[in-house]
Design a protein around this ligand. Structure first.
Ligand code: A2P
Length: 282
């Protein structure tokens, strides 16, 4: 990957720009509008949002006001947990599309798996939600479909369906690599996307990372984003600050050495959100 609009190729052949702009915790209204506009101005081609972020209308306004042609853009959203199941997923998708002011999505994800702590029939629920995703995909309303926060045992049944997930978006940053899930996804031709590639900012004060970043004359944020790409994971850094939004695109003029990659890859668990998909109560 050499620039923001270089692509990963999904299992169905669809192209996905290699860095996405995250919008989790971006306040709705002017902040969301202006940060999306800044991202598109600084070269992002890929915006990641979700119904539960509560900012889809503003994200859509930012996209519209940027006047970037729709074909050049890649837009992802996610179906929230209260909308699991066939009918509800289709209704949620239609609302998302209308809130974003778009007529198709590039990627739609199941935000979290139904888990066994909350549901005895969790697998069935995930399959029903997936049936809706598949229908929307076949109708051409979504160019690619996937999941988020799914662990291998949540993925097993979906892998046996007609159209298996193309993407799994998980928490991924130095200190939280989820190797088992990443290996499973790679083995099954599923692209892994990183939410919170900076550990929601928590990794920025890490001494090991500070030391390594300094060697390359880069910030820790740039190191973390580059590190995702070199692990073949698609980073989704979030910022509402124009200078940082720009800084986070300047990641193609250095290469992390194999030695430093190994050092970061072997860091002990740290900086994680602590949200375990098998345990969460939402
Ligand atoms: P802000 O949005 O106020 O600019 P993550 O992508 O892992 O979720 O991390 C997002 C957090 O990291 C936000 O608090 C964001 O702050 C902060 N952040 C994003 N990019 C940078 C950067 N280049 N330097 C410092 N902080 C950053």
């Amino acid at each position: 990957m050499n620039k923001m609009n270089d692509d990963f190729i999904l299992s169905n052949g669809y192209k996905i720009p290699c860095v996405g702009f995250g919008t989790w915790q971006t306040p709705d209204g002017d902040t969301a509008v202006s940060s999306v506009k800044a991202a598109l101005r600084f070269g992002y081609k890929h915006i990641d949002t979700a119904a539960v972020y509560g900012n889809e209308k503003s994200v859509g306004t930012g996209i519209a006001e940027s006047k970037v042609s729709r074909e050049e853009l890649f837009v992802t959203s996610k179906v929230w947990n209260k909308d699991r199941g066939y009918e509800k997923t289709i209704a949620a998708f239609n609302k998302t599309l209308s809130d974003l002011g778009l007529d198709y999505l590039d990627l739609y994800l199941i935000h979290w798996p139904a888990n066994s702590k909350q549901f005895t029939n969790w697998d069935e629920i995930n399959l029903e939600t997936w049936r809706a995703m598949t229908k929307l995909y076949k109708e051409g309303k979504i160019r690619a479909i996937g999941v988020s926060n799914f662990l291998p045992h949540h993925l097993k049944s979906l892998m046996k369906t007609e159209i298996p997930p193309m993407v799994n978006q998980i928490e991924f940053h130095p200190g939280q690599m989820q190797n088992e899930t990443v290996d499973y996804c790679k083995k099954h031709n599923m692209l892994v996307e990183a939410w919170s590639p900076l550990g929601t900012g928590r990794m920025l004060s890490n001494d090991t990372l500070k030391e390594i970043a300094a060697k390359y004359n880069k910030s820790v944020a740039q190191l973390c984003i580059r590190w995702c790409l070199q692990n073949e994971v698609l980073p989704l850094p979030k910022s509402v600050t124009p200078s940082r939004i720009k800084e986070n695109t300047e990641i193609f003029d250095f290469v992390i050495s194999d030695e430093d990659m190994s050092l970061i890859n072997s860091m002990d668990y740290c900086g994680g959100s602590g949200m375990n998909p098998d345990e969460v109560k939402f």
